[in-house]
Ligand binder design. Structure first.
Ligand code: 1GP
Length: 242
């Protein structure tokens, strides 16, 4: 596998939007079947991650299964326990609105030597968790961003871009009641050149189209991949036909 960042940039450069399928190793389901369905629909990559209870063995088992499909397998780590040498890359995240030093630099320092040892390609990503009330918000001890204040997200995005990040992941939280408001990707695209990933609570084709129109580059779905694979494949097709 060549550079995952180049793979993403080339697709975006051709005017494509991307879809990433999130698989939580702690909720395995029938990964072989689900991943094949998502590949057939056109998903561009797999993310592996979860906020709780992922062991390195589970992450490796899932990565080995997913890599057979030939698209990038990217660790989306809730913590360093999600790292596996069987992935291609890692969203090397800073949880930028965490109040907890561990998620701002502690986990990165603990994880970086392992990322190096495993030969994973780091994709430098500002991770902005917008809402309370989800597992990632609780574990990551975030300061929520008011839904009517996209300018706060823009300030995080600008700071992240100035530091050297390439991606921003706007996260509503897995299973969130409401997805990210479209004003957020729109404002960030207006003010930065960051690649905008959006995920959390996405359950309809209409939401996806709205987010893509507002400037989102990459759409992530997790929960519905397990709960409603047919809807999940409809969403992938909507992204790829956009
Ligand atoms: C969570 O953004 C992802 O990190 C996906 O969220 O499970 O709600 O699709 P869902």
């Amino acid at each position: 596998m060549g550079s995952v960042h180049e793979y993403i940039v080339e697709k975006l450069g051709r005017g494509e939007k991307l879809h990433f399928t999130l698989i939580d190793p702690d909720k395995p389901g029938d990964i072989e079947r689900i991943s094949s369905l998502m590949i057939d629909a056109g998903t561009d990559a797999f993310l592996i991650g979860g906020s709780l209870a992922v062991t390195p063995e589970e992450a490796s088992r899932v990565a080995k299964t997913l890599r057979r499909h030939g698209v990038p397998v990217i660790v989306f780590p809730g913590n360093i326990n999600c790292l596996t040498p069987y992935a291609d890359a890692v969203l090397f995240t800073v949880l930028v609105n965490s109040l907890e030093p561990y998620y701002l630099m502690g986990a990165q320092v603990a994880g970086a030597p392992i990322v190096k040892k495993y030969g994973l390609e780091p994709l430098p990503t500002a991770y902005l968790v917008l809402y309370s009330g989800t597992a990632v918000a609780h574990v990551g001890r975030i300061a929520p961003v008011p839904a009517n204040k996209p300018e706060i997200a823009v300030a995080y995005a600008l700071a992240s871009e100035m530091i050297g990040m390439k991606y921003i992941y706007l996260e509503a939280g897995s299973g969130a009641v409401s997805p990210v408001p479209p004003e957020f990707p729109a404002a960030i695209k207006k003010h930065t050149r960051l690649i905008v990933i959006v995920g959390g609570g996405i359950r309809s084709v209409e939401t996806v189209k709205t987010l893509l129109r507002s400037g989102a580059d990459i759409i992530v779905t997790g929960t519905i991949v397990e709960k409603d694979p047919r809807l999940a494949t409809d969403i992938v097709r909507a992204v790829k036909e956009f």
